[in-house]
Design a protein around this ligand. Structure first.
Ligand SMILES: Nc1ncnc2c1ncn2[C@@H]1O[C@H](COP(=O)(O)OP(=O)(O)OP(=O)(O)O)[C@@H](O)[C@H]1O
Ligand SMILES: [Mg+2]
Length: 296
């Protein structure tokens, strides 16, 4: 017989059990602008966007266009100079909301070393839930769940310094999963990893998205965005393009090049298969989807 979880609608499942993650978080910007103190110009200019709960958004743009600044608005590390940012309907400018915002939205940065706060694996993962003031049994439970989720439970007693770069980034992910945020923001989180660690990290992100978490992923590599739902492009602090990721990846090589990117090989493969009628245009530009369609 199917488990109870398989029979329940997803919203019901999440509201039912505190062991499971909460539904994804909604991120909303209304006329958001940002200027660093003493800087001459605005870094973000009048940005309006809504990211729905459980969506996977790819956030692209040239160096210095404002991507990292935008992510920092979403977890209230920065507040808009003009306009507003709402997280699950909470205005980040309200007083005393930064703690609740940070329990809903977590950022994983490029360099795992920057995110490590303790010298032993399990202590590092416990840091977030400890800061939330949770009781000790709940902290232990969360540490176990999070380290198991990222495949580091067996290494829980080891010094962090003994981990590889890929393992350190998975530890950083465990640290934020232990807080149980509804949204994970990845700021080039895979850029320092070797190809195999990058793949295992991306597989983890796919799994978190499958659980219902909202994902916002900043990257310069288009092969990493093939599983995302929508793509936003920021140019010089403005939203210059947004639409379905598949629409973006289906643009001509030249159009993508003119936007400053290179079409990923898997999108080129899909294009060829569409041309010769092997797969439908609606097929996603990812290997799993293409393989599934080819086997039918
Ligand atoms: N703390 C700061 N004070 C002043 N200016 C800053 C600060 N942080 C970033 N900037 C400037 O804001 C602009 C946008 O920076 P941001 O880091 O958001 O860009 P980015 O799109 O993430 O770039 P990259 O792809 O290189 O990571 C840049 O010109 C940067 O120099
Ligand atoms: Mg950046």
């Amino acid at each position: 017989m199917a488990p109870v979880s398989a029979m329940l609608p997803r919203w019901r499942l999440y509201s039912w059990s505190t062991n499971l993650m909460s539904l994804g978080t909604t991120l909303y910007l209304e006329g958001a602008e940002f200027q660093y103190q003493e800087a001459e110009k605005k870094i973000l200019k009048g940005i309006d966007l809504e990211i729905r709960a459980g969506e996977w958004i790819a956030l692209l743009g040239p160096n210095g266009s404002g991507k990292s600044t935008l992510l920092k608005l979403f977890n209230a590390l920065l507040l808009p100079s003009q306009g507003c940012c709402f997280i699950d309907g909470i205005n980040t400018k309200e007083t005393n909301v930064s703690e609740i915002i940070r329990s809903k939205v977590s950022i994983i940065f490029q360099n795992p070393e920057d995110q490590i706060v303790a010298s032993v694996v399990e202590e590092d993962t416990a840091f977030g839930p400890e800061n939330l003031g949770l009781p000790s049994p709940e902290i232990k439970k969360r540490v176990k769940e999070a380290l198991t989720e990222v495949g580091l439970w067996e290494m829980r007693k080891q010094p962090v310094s003994s981990l590889s770069g890929g393992q350190k980034q998975r530890l950083a992910l465990a640290g934020v999963l232990a807080i149980k945020p509804g949204a994970l923001l990845l700021d080039e989180a895979m850029s320092m990893l070797d190809p195999s660690s990058r793949k295992s990290f991306l597989d983890l992100i796919k799994r978190e998205h499958g659980y219902g978490r909202t994902i916002v992923q900043v990257t310069h590599r288009l092969e990493e965005i093939v599983d995302s739902d929508r793509t936003f492009i920021i140019t010089d602090g403005e939203l210059s393009w947004h639409g379905n990721t598949e629409t973006f990846l289906s643009m001509s090589d030249d159009s993508i090049k003119n936007m400053g990117f290179a079409k990923p090989p898997v999108a080129v493969l899909k294009e060829e298969l569409v041309k010769n009628g092997t797969v439908a245009m609606s097929t996603k530009s990812n290997i799993a989807d293409i393989r599934e369609k080819l086997c039918l």
